[in-house]
Design a protein around this ligand. Structure first.
Ligand SMILES: Cc1ncc(COP(=O)(O)O)c(C=O)c1O
Length: 467
């Protein structure tokens, strides 16, 4: 990526053509014309290489997704073989393909207790969008046509379709897009370090959050509230694991009001938190689960909704009123994506990725937690191979930097210089989410480089008089 003072790109270079033709997702459009793209052209294991040949270690597994790293021949071959054999069959009107059938069966066999059916999508956003259609259709089918409101949480990230971005609770994903749509509500997220009040214990804090949810449902009318959606561990909103007592209390409220619980496991699914699903890590009992990302290690796009039998039976009964279950994507259960996902799940088992994750988690945690002593670090948090460092100008009072100072983005750019890819989240959080195959030695490399970036950022904020 060029800096603004070298904003010329050779005519017809990839960078010039990128600027000319490619409108990027989640990118500052004007700044992009100045800086140009960072073009990553190859990768192997946990390393990627830009078009200048510079090597980076992946601290973020792409966008929380490349669980098996890069250059995995078995996944490429699974796609190739499937595409040659049968490149496409639809799933509509009773059509199927054996690969998608195998994948659905496999997913249910490893899913948290109670899941009975799978609906395939192409992404996490589509999975969450479909969740809403399922919940609405279900309630229409079983005679609860007014029970439609969906409650999400502030700081949550659930994707970008109109409905998924209405579930999302981060302002940056909503500004300018006229969302949230009607019938989408938000309660506080569970971030004890930042939002706990002076003298409030963690128990008192989670009591307060459960009561906030309870009161919202009561004031809206429980007969109008259909579902609550939550990421077991907040990802894009700041890598925030929940306090231990949070979900048990939230689930009690939901059960009391007969409100469905959707667990968005798009980031946390498939070994990330030290269990196959975070639903197990936090002993959750969701009615519906969204997955994507590590389902195929991002080698091809695929997502899915998994549901309890009770939900499936409701959809089934909808046929009496509405005829067919008329929703689906052209590429739902695409054979090549399904083949890659199936192979990904096989690799998780054969290479004992879950055991591997558990074996490297202590090193990841130890190195991450050592940042807690740094003068620029307010809070450090971790579960499994997810980590978050929240920067603060004044950790004692949990101060925040002016967002215009872009302190976390500065950190990320320094890390980048040192050959480490990390990601900034709102409130100056640095998120870590390396590929699951990362070794202890590679974890040390990530953390050594992050340490240098942190020291540079500390010097930077001191020089600018921000602390
Ligand atoms: C928790 C969660 N849900 C949903 C999504 C949306 O997934 P996608 O970008 O595949 O649409 C994301 C993306 O980061 C996510 O983190």
């Amino acid at each position: 990526m060029a800096t603004s003072d070298q904003a010329q790109f050779a005519p017809n270079s990839a960078a010039a053509r990128d600027i000319a033709y490619y409108l990027h997702p989640y990118t500052n459009i004007k700044a992009h014309e100045e800086s140009g793209p960072l073009i990553i052209n190859s990768g192997k294991g946990v390393f990627v290489y830009d078009d200048q040949g510079k090597e980076y270690i992946e601290g973020m597994a792409g966008l929380w997704c490349t669980s098996l790293g890069y250059g995995e021949e078995r996944l490429a071959k699974a796609a190739y073989d499937q595409l040659l054999k049968m490149s496409y069959t639809q799933g509509f009107t009773h059509r199927s393909n054996e690969t998608a059938i195998d994948l659905a069966e496999k997913l249910i066999s490893i899913a948290p207790k109670g899941m009975s059916k799978v609906f395939f999508t192409n992404s996490g956003s589509e999975a969450n969008d479909t969740q809403i259609k399922i919940v609405w259709y279900y309630n229409n089918a079983i005679g609860r046509p007014n029970k439609k409101k969906i409650i999400g949480r502030k700081r949550a990230y659930h994707g970008i379709t109109l409905a998924a971005s209405s579930l999302t609770g981060v302002e940056y994903a909503q500004k300018g897009f006229d969302v949230p749509l009607e019938r989408f509500l938000h309660v506080s997220s569970a971030h004890y370090w930042r939002d706990g009040e002076d003298g409030e214990s963690e128990e008192e804090y989670t009591d307060r959050l459960a009561e906030e949810l309870n009161q919202l449902i009561i004031s809206e009318g429980a007969d109008t509230v259909a579902a609550f959606i939550a990421e077991p561990v907040m990802g894009a909103g700041g890598a925030i694991p929940p306090p231990k007592s949070y979900f048990p209390k939230i689930q009690t409220v939901l059960k009391n009001h007969d409100v469905l619980f959707i667990a968005d496991e798009v980031i946390t699914g498939f070994c990330r938190t030290g269990n196959m699903f975070a639903t197990e890590t936090y002993n959750l009992d969701p009615d519906l689960i969204s997955v994507a990302k590590a389902l195929s290690s991002a080698y091809l796009p695929i997502g899915a909704v998994m549901m309890k039998d009770e939900i499936y039976q409701g959809l089934r009964s909808g046929g009496d009123k509405f005829g067919m279950w008329n929703t689906g994507y052209t590429y739902s259960g695409h054979p090549a994506s399904a083949a890659v996902a199936l192979e990904t799940l096989k690799i998780y088992e054969e290479r004992e990725i879950l055991d591997h994750v558990r074996s490297v988690m202590p090193k990841f945690r130890e190195r991450l937690m050592s940042f807690a002593e740094h003068p620029l670090v307010g809070d450090v948090r971790n579960v499994g191979l997810i980590g978050g460092i929240e920067l603060s100008p004044d950790k004692k009072n949990k101060g925040v930097f002016d967002p215009n100072e872009k302190v976390a983005p500065y950190f990320v750019s320094r890390a980048h210089e040192y050959g480490l890819i990390l990601r900034a989240a709102p409130s100056d959080v640095i998120a870590f989410c390396p590929p699951l195959i990362i070794s202890e030695k590679e974890i040390n490399l990530v953390m050594d480089r992050a340490e240098k970036a942190l020291d540079d950022t500390w010097n930077h904020v001191q020089k600018k008089g921000l602390v």
